[in-house]
Write a new protein. Structure first.
Length: 409
């Protein structure tokens, strides 16, 4: 019978792969169309009545692209809708959230030192926050503030800072930053699903019926699309942050996340200005570097207590009581704890890899699955240059884990 843990890990890998591929497709098309729209030549009197045009070359061919401000006089029969990239990215991301953080809530989502929650409570807060983020954002966009894009952006930024503070006072640091990315991605995808595409469908329906489409629908969609453009880079940072304890495992993780959102604005502002042929605001790169240096400085603050005094959930207790645990504890302490420590003793490592601490029997039991996958049935850990783990010791780790999971069955 196939190893359930092995199959689970491969399922997570497959969903993560899908998520990355669909995200590339969505972000790529988003960046392309923003650059295209900003770079259109609108100073030409086009016979087609289009608002602007652009000539591009790619893959050995030339492309002549025209944009209609509202819609063409006749609807083409082969109209392509750019929406499935967004939907697939969100759906695969939510599936990954469930596989990693909901099924592994006791390890990755809950930090009793921050807020002692039952798994169902933590999951309920997670789901409710995704919905709340969209409702708050949508209400602000539909308010009179929608007529003042700059003021709206400032207020939305403050909302994000508020969510950063909220999450870091509820979840583990890793889950907090991941959820900041999740709510932002939810807003972005909901913009496409609930606003941009419906507005475009209204325009299409009016055109098919022979009515002149109302330009307001395009204006609304453009505002939401602009927000998506500025949010893309911070979302990517948040999604990658769970691999870097220097980002999530510090007492200033909420501030680090808040500054990353500003970096997203400065970087995109440079590209958007360039694409619009309005010059090269090099000051934005100076601001970005300054923000990054501040983030690096903040990351040197003391780590959070997320993993140091973690309680043993029932699953971890089972691994602690399984045959061979004392032997495995000695193996891990002798080969892994020099790096996976609150204060790593291995030269060049400032924070425990992925924030995983393996200094106590409780921590080792809590990370049984990771130890089994990384050092039991694969040779991923420890790195050969750091420590040599005897094949017999790897077999002991695998036997201990399988004994514990067999007892569960």
């Amino acid at each position: 019978m196939p190893d359930p843990t092995l199959l689970s890990d491969w399922l997570e890998f497959a969903v993560r792969w899908l998520h990355v591929v669909t995200a590339i497709a969505w972000i790529g098309s988003s960046f392309y169309f923003i650059a295209l729209d900003l770079g259109l030549h609108r100073d030409r009197n086009l016979a087609s009545g289009a608002d602007g045009e652009e000539w591009q070359v790619h893959g050995g061919g030339f492309y002549h692209i025209q944009k209609y401000l509202v819609a063409p006089e006749q609807m083409p029969g082969d109209l392509v809708w750019f929406k499935w990239e967004s939907y697939a990215t969100w759906l695969s991301g939510f599936a990954l959230l469930g596989l990693v953080y909901y099924l592994g809530a006791g390890l990755f989502l809950i930090d009793p030192a921050v807020m002692d929650l039952a798994p169902w409570q933590a999951i309920a807060i997670s789901l409710a926050s995704l919905l709340a983020a969209w409702v708050i954002y949508d209400l602000l966009c539909r308010s009179p503030l929608g007529e003042n894009p700059t003021l709206l952006m400032i207020l939305l930024y403050l909302v994000l800072v508020g969510f950063a503070l909220f999450y870091t006072n509820v979840f583990t640091g890793r889950a907090a930053l991941l959820h900041l990315g999740a709510i932002t991605a939810t807003v972005m995808s909901a913009n496409v699903f609930l606003v941009i595409i419906p507005n475009q469908k209204i325009v299409v329906a009016d055109l098919v019926a022979g009515r002149r489409p109302d330009p307001k629908y395009g204006k609304i969609a453009k505002l939401r699309s602009t927000h998506n453009n500025y949010l893309t880079l911070p979302v990517l940072f948040m999604m990658l942050s769970n691999h870097y304890p220097l980002a999530f495992a510090t007492q200033w993780n909420w501030l680090i996340a808040s500054l990353v959102f500003l970096m997203g604005v400065t970087i995109r502002h440079w590209f958007n200005t360039r694409h619009a042929r309005k010059g090269s605001p090099w000051w934005t790169w100076a601001a970005t570097v300054l923000l990054f240096l501040v983030i690096a400085w903040l990351s040197a603050a003391p780590t959070t207590s997320a993993d140091e005094d973690a309680r043993l959930d029932p699953a971890a207790e089972r691994f602690a009581a399984a045959p061979g645990f004392d032997e495995v504890t000695g193996i891990v302490l002798g080969n892994c704890s020099m790096c996976h420590a609150a204060e790593p003793g291995f030269e060049g490592i400032a924070r425990a890899p992925k924030g995983v601490l393996l200094e106590t029997p409780g921590q080792i039991a809590a990370h049984a699955r990771q130890i089994y996958l990384q050092a039991g049935i694969s040779h991923a850990m420890p790195p050969p240059s750091a420590s040599f783990l005897d094949p017999l010791d790897r077999a002991r780790i695998a036997a201990w884990f399988r004994a514990a999971t067999a007892e569960k069955g």
